[in-house]
Design a binder for this molecule. Structure first.
Ligand code: ADP
Ligand code: MG
Length: 193
């Protein structure tokens, strides 16, 4: 069994989409083993988006540069730099603000391959590119271009751990051990055997 950290960020909570989103996860066979609606402190925000995770920062920067290239926009003109790391650092500051805009719904979801499964259901980081049928594709339209022009984070409603390693780092930031519960769902036997 694999666990993953999933957040419905404030745009999803504010739009009343928590039920719809939760229902999609549950129906796919993902088991909720921890859940809470919570406000995010500055301390948690900076730990969740750590400054020293260069790979994460560069990843965000590169995704942004790809989106700019597709749209024929010049990153230097729009953001003042075309360095993936520098762009990543800029986005990180916006993200720390975004995650604290209002309450977020946090879960730990469990299933075989839960990390990959949740990422698939959430869809691409940029809602504009996320296919229909995914949460981001069905309920949002934001792009890097729109977000960066307004100097803010992309409103894509979801955070989901990107790798098993990331999940192992993130889950203890959000939940104490005793908040993560063990139980059986009645459909487990049919789905997993
Ligand atoms: P994901 O959430 O799909 O794992 P990342 O970990 O790369 O994506 O990025 C974290 C979050 O940063 C995204 O969910 C999004 O809200 C925000 N973000 C990513 N790229 C940009 C960007 N170019 N401009 C603004 N916000 C961004
Ligand atoms: Mg990520």
């Amino acid at each position: 069994m694999e666990q993953t950290l999933v957040l419905v960020k404030f745009d999803g909570v504010a739009r009343g989409l928590v039920g719809e989103i939760t229902s999609r996860f549950e129906k796919t066979g993902l088991k909720i083993v921890a859940a809470k609606l919570t406000r995010v402190s500055q301390e948690l925000a900076v730990k969740h988006y750590p400054a020293d995770r260069e790979e994460f920062l560069k990843g965000m920067g590169n995704k942004t540069l790809e989106n700019y290239a597709q749209m024929g926009a010049d990153p230097v003109e729009k953001l003042g730099t075309d360095s993936p790391l520098e762009i990543g650092k800029m986005i990180r500051e916006w993200l720390i603000g975004y995650i604290q805009e209002g309450p977020v719904m946090a879960y730990v979801l469990e299933a075989p391959h839960s990390v990959e499964l949740v990422r698939k259901l959430c869809g691409h980081t940029l809602p504009l590119i996320a296919p229909p049928g995914t949460i981001r594709g069905d309920f949002a339209f934001d792009s890097s271009f729109l977000a960066n022009t307004a100097k803010r984070a992309i409103r894509n409603m979801m955070h989901a751990s990107g790798t098993v390693e990331e999940a192992k780092y993130e889950i203890p930031l959000w939940f104490k051990k005793e908040e993560i519960l063990k139980y059986r769902r009645t459909d487990e036997e049919v789905m997993v055997g």
